[in-house]
Design a binder for this molecule. Sequence first.
Ligand SMILES: [Zn+2]
Length: 494
Amino acid sequence: MTLKLFNTLSGKLEEFVPLNPPEVKIYTCGVTVYDESHVGHGRSLIVFDVFRRFLEHLGYQVRFVRNFTDVDDKIITRAKEECKDFMEIADRYIARYYEDTQFIGIRPANVEPRVTDHIPEIIELIQKLIEKGFAYATPEGNVYFSVEKFKDYGKLSKRSVDELIAGARVEPGEDKKNPLDFALWKRSKAGEPAWDSPWGKGRPGWHTECVCFVFKHLGETIDIHGGGLDLIFPHHENEIAQAEALTEKPFARYWMHNGLVIVNGQKMSKSLGNFVTLKEIYTKYHPDVLRILVLSVHYRSPLDFFWEKMENAKKVYERIRQAVEDYEKLKELKTYEENLGGVHPLYEFVKETEEGFFKALSEDFKTQEALASYMNLISEMNKLRNKAFKDKKISSQALEAYGYAINSVKNTLRNIFGLLEDVLPRCPVKEVVKKELEPASAVVDKELINLLVEVRQMAREKKLFDIADKIRARLKEKGIILEDTPFGTKWKRV
Ligand SMILES: [Zn+2]
């Protein structure tokens, strides 16, 4: 299956080809930890969580890094307001972040680096930029990136340097040479967090940390860099400038940006008081309802959040849940044999649903169409269920087909969309933040499994059932379950 993605860098839909398949390296910009996570964070987290699950389903081995910005002006301001140390504020909101993300079922990244754990590496990176002539230190103890030295500046956001200069000016008190130059290192004011550096006591600017994390935890060129649309300029533009100035190689092959969330038609802002926090959502609704709302809109489109939309998403969630639960009730009904003259038509419907689901996701990750294909299947299943409840009996063929459809619903919507999962237990914060996490399970190569399934089929045809059973048993030990269906053998991971 070919996966096509819209690449912000080229402005086009492109075939996704990783640099070193089956490995896929992804980096997304994480949160600045000074306040509660809101629905805008939730959307970006859900989009990339599902995208990662989809890539893994396709057989890729995904290495995923997402950072925490734990030193920043906003954190320092908050700390001053509360008369607390900035680290206490950062730790508090990292803890809240983990609570929220566990409730909404976001898997942790393989590495979740914090700025304050990487100060020596960030200083080293800035020094290299100065040595190569792309950055300069000022007598005041600040370091800036010199935008005019990087000829490709503006290539991601499609802006020209001339146009940008026309709209920019050096603010009074700023010591940079060009208004577009951005800070790599900031001198700390009295009472602010500060680290020793060759330029005096200071702290890193925001744009350098992500480059440092990518280089350290993923390498010089990654496959996908993701984030919200609002990060394209200047943050991602500045990341490209620093990384490519140093390596002279592409920083990320694909840039994937999710659309923003607005609330009741307006931008979320403190002054409007229309922030919707994740906690507010999941204390009112099952976490799957938010997932359904997010996935029912294409990731690149804006998402206008209304509470009524949550009510609609809740109805979708209840329909899915009901279809799953009704299977148990159907099994209690009286059964009879039906003469169909072939397999039950629901099998064909399931096959079409699965094809529609994967086709939609492989064309720029159209989760809304993928979800719609399963909702059509559920409508079809409901017809069968309604008839059975009315007749107070069900044919054994229909029951079997319903069970087959339920397996498809459960497997696909759980494994790829992350729906129908139980809420994970909360985990202690510090360990998770500082520890490098290995992939949840070693990804067994998809091609190899298909080959074994084929060999098993050949063995069965030759009536070598001991060999066939052995293959099934050994795969089961590795967490791969085989299911023989009228359309051949299917497999899934448990
Ligand atoms: Zn970033």
